[in-house]
Write a protein of this length. Structure first.
Length: 140
């Protein structure tokens, strides 16, 4: 992407989300889109930065950690959003150490519109933790 001065690769399982992203990003320099399941995705080359909003693991428990492990295995800088709770924070701390990362965390409120058929409220508001994982001496 020209704005970021680098190449952009978008990985998404949901074909409709890919189509929407393509229309939103069409003004940028040809981002690459890969329709794939992160659990089975093999990425051989390293990337500079991963920016992700993984599923929170509510529907399929542990999916947020699958995404996090994949991101930490291919990059030296990762931005990731996770539903805020003490158990998740402890697990993330352990995983970041396991992969040799330091991190900083910012907690914020998140307002989610209905997405799945079983979402019955106009919106659901909850706390999320936004993480910056990094190696070396980089930080905010």
């Amino acid at each position: 992407m020209t704005v970021l001065r680098g190449n952009c690769v978008c990985i998404e399982l949901d074909r409709e989300a890919i189509m929407e992203a393509k229309s939103l990003l069409r003004e940028f320099d040809n981002p690459e889109f890969i329709e794939a399941d992160v659990e089975s995705l093999e990425i051989s080359k390293k990337v500079d930065t991963v920016i992700q909003n993984p599923p929170f693991g509510v529907v399929k428990q542990g999916m947020d950690m699958v995404f996090l492990r994949k991101a930490l295995s291919i990059s030296t800088t990762v931005y990731s959003i996770h539903k805020s709770n003490p158990k998740t924070q402890q697990l993330i701390e352990r995983i970041s150490k396991e992969y040799g990362f330091q991190y900083e965390m910012l907690t914020s409120r998140y307002r989610m519109k209905p997405y799945y058929p079983w979402h019955t409220k106009n919106f659901h508001e909850f706390q999320v933790d936004v993480y910056l994982f990094y190696k070396n001496n980089f930080s905010f």
